[in-house]
Design a protein around this ligand. Sequence first.
Ligand code: SF4
Length: 226
Amino acid sequence: MQVATIQFFPMRKTIAHQVHGGLTQTSKMPCKSYSLPTAACQTGAKMAEIEGSICSDCYADKGFYRLYAATIEPAQHARLVSLEDPLWVAAMASSIGSDPFFRWHDAGDLQGLWHLLLICAVCYLTPNTKHWLPTREYAMIKEFIAAGHEVPDNLSIRLSAMYPDVPVKVPASLQGIKGISTSNVHTKKNTDPTALGHICDAPTKNGECRDCRHCWGAEPVTYGLH
Ligand code: SF4
């Protein structure tokens, strides 16, 4: 990525919102986040067809998301379309500003290498923010690394598990690369979830992260199956 060529003209928050379609704020997270429609998930759509996979029972297609689908889904689709707006990077960077943390894709996933490059550009333009990007698009991350790109210092990419209680197998080409980690999911049947990573304790804290910031760190994390 030619970081030096990125031009950034901070825009007013109302204008930025119009460009990217708005950020999201979940009750769990200590920061703003961002969502896209799960209908646009590429690997996720294939995994959703496989019984027992995490995507076959996607949390982003039920609960709060289902309850407010009439408003959430049109906004998510508008955000998807906005990715092609040449002002998208500047708009996202303007909205994130100097927030200490940001979470990408509380629903939805990467659309291609081009999309990951846009997100990296946002990371470079928001050096005071730690970004967390979960994804099941391992191939796009491999493509990114194979093309010689580096994960920005303030971005934690987490390869997300496909099945509960089955740890992510990091592809050989991504092993040991700074900024790339994993997130797993454990069931109540699992007798040793610590083997999958740091156990997310949000369920014991009214479903909130509170002071925990593990997901922005480098160690594997495991979440209880929703
Ligand atoms: S591990 Fe920590 S930061 Fe991550 S979701 Fe759970 S409580 Fe939040």
